[in-house]
Design a protein around this ligand. Structure first.
Ligand code: NAD
Ligand code: WQD
Length: 363
């Protein structure tokens, strides 16, 4: 079975490519490398070999010297280009990761976000229809849920009232996909709502590569920890990484800091492999949470990171970040029932693997 991954060189896409290869699937990656590096291509292959060589199940008889993966450099908004990818490959299903994802940047550049995220999806849908490929997994986000829901969030929790253009693009794309699935019953679509993906592949070969100063907690912790001794690719880290800023300790949570549902990116990638099978026993468009159901506070993250990796993570408490809420965590029951999948890795695995990737990068 051949799966097209748009944005397959990115953080979640690269880990999913590895899981698919290790599961005996053929993979086609399309990326414009706007938020990734072409060197990831080779590292995906190396990470897949690393993983397959450790796999107990040899029934799949995977040819390690000739892993079935093809990489295309191109933009998903370019219909002619995408059409050529479909002509050259018999694609069975698509996982649409490609898109811009920085919340703050989306407030500054809303048009870039609407253009890229909506534009790439519309072009992709038309090309898929032309080639009669109607199985799609879409990278949605917990950000589509309104801020006034009770926790945990299940798929019937209220959506909308997004606080930024990025969130609206995910909300709007979900609506577009639902409308299309209503109009054409041949579609099978999974709208996977990710919570907070963190960590990296256990090989240390692929991981998260934020451009510029990271907005998200885990990559920031990694940089602060790296600043305590390591440099990134030989460069000294800037002043902004001397301490982590903890955004508020006056939330109604166990220690006053924000609580989130962090999920290991390898678990998330496995959720996509499970969702591919689901597409074959389902029709219509269905929203499914991918989270662990377990919330951790910012201080849980900092302290576990420091303890497991034996590195200091200095921090200071600052004011709340605009738009943040106290707690966000999933009810993951639907994924267990429908995808036959649940997260297996814990917080210690997440912090260990995130740091493992950082250390390898600095070598
Ligand atoms: P990422 O930026 O690492 O990966 C996205 C990839 O898409 C990048 O390699 C980028 O170069 C590529 N890309 C962007 N626009 C493109 C275009 N027009 N054509 C071709 N390639 C394009 O992001 P990620 O963390 O791997 O996220 C993947 C998807 O999951 C995104 O849609 C994101 O919005 C969604 N998501 C991410 C998170 C998260 O916290 N990481 C949470 C929820 C949802
Ligand atoms: C986590 C916690 C912060 C940085 C975002 C997007 C969401 C989704 C995932 C794509 C919060 C605190 C953070 C720092 C801190 N992405 N924090 N100091 O905000 O839950 O979700 O990424 O769909 O749409 O909004 O993740 O990692 O930014 O923050 O104290 O330097 O860490 O306040 O409590 P968030 P995050």
């Amino acid at each position: 079975m051949k799966i097209l991954l748009t944005g397959g060189a990115g953080f979640i896409g690269s880990h999913t490519a590895v899981e698919l290869l290790a599961g005996g699937f053929e993979v086609v990656v399309v990326d414009n490398y706007s938020n990734s590096d072409v060197s990831v291509n080779d590292r995906i292959v190396q990470a897949a070999k690393w993983q397959i060589s450790r796999q107990k199940d040899d029934k799949l008889k995977i040819d390690m010297d000739n892993l079935p993966i093809t990489f295309y450099y191109g933009d998903c908004r370019d219909g002619m280009f995408l059409d050529s990818v479909f002509r050259e490959n018999e694609i069975d299903a698509v996982i649409h990761f490609a898109g811009l994802k920085a919340v703050g940047e989306s407030v500054e550049k809303p048009l870039a976000y609407y253009d890229n995220n909506l534009g790439s999806t519309l072009v992709l849908l038309n090309v898929m229809k032309d080639h009669n490929v109607k199985k799609l997994i879409f990278s949605s986000s917990a950000t589509v849920y309104s801020g006034d829901n009770k926790m945990p969030l299940d798929e019937n929790s209220k959506t909308g009232n997004c606080t930024n253009p990025y969130g609206w693009t995910k909300y709007m794309i979900e609506e577009i996909l639902r409308d299309e699935a209503l109009a054409d019953k041949e579609w099978s679509i999974a709208l996977l709502r990710y919570f907070n993906p963190v960590g990296a592949h256990a090989s240390g070969l692929i991981g998260e590569e934020p451009n510029g100063i990271p907005n998200n907690l885990m990559p920031y912790i990694c940089r602060v920890a790296a600043g305590q001794g390591l440099g990134i690719r030989g460069q000294k880290l800037g002043k902004e990484y001397q301490k982590l800023k903890v955004f508020g300790n006056d939330y109604p949570t166990k220690d006053g800091t924000g609580v989130r549902d962090y999920i290991h990116v390898v678990d998330l990638a496995k959720g996509h492999v499970a969702a591919v099978s689901y597409l074959y026993r389902h029709s219509g468009a269905e929203a499914i949470n991918l989270g662990t159901g377990q919330g951790y506070s910012v201080l849980d993250m900092v302290q576990t990171f420091a303890k497991v990796n034996d590195v200091p993570v200095p921090y200071e408490i600052t004011g709340r970040r605009a738009g943040d809420v106290a707690e966000v965590y999933a009810n993951p029951a639907k994924a267990k029932k429908e995808l036959l999948w649940q997260a297996e890795l814990g917080l210690e695995d997440m912090v260990r693997d995130a740091w493992g990737y950082m250390v390898k990068k600095c070598e």
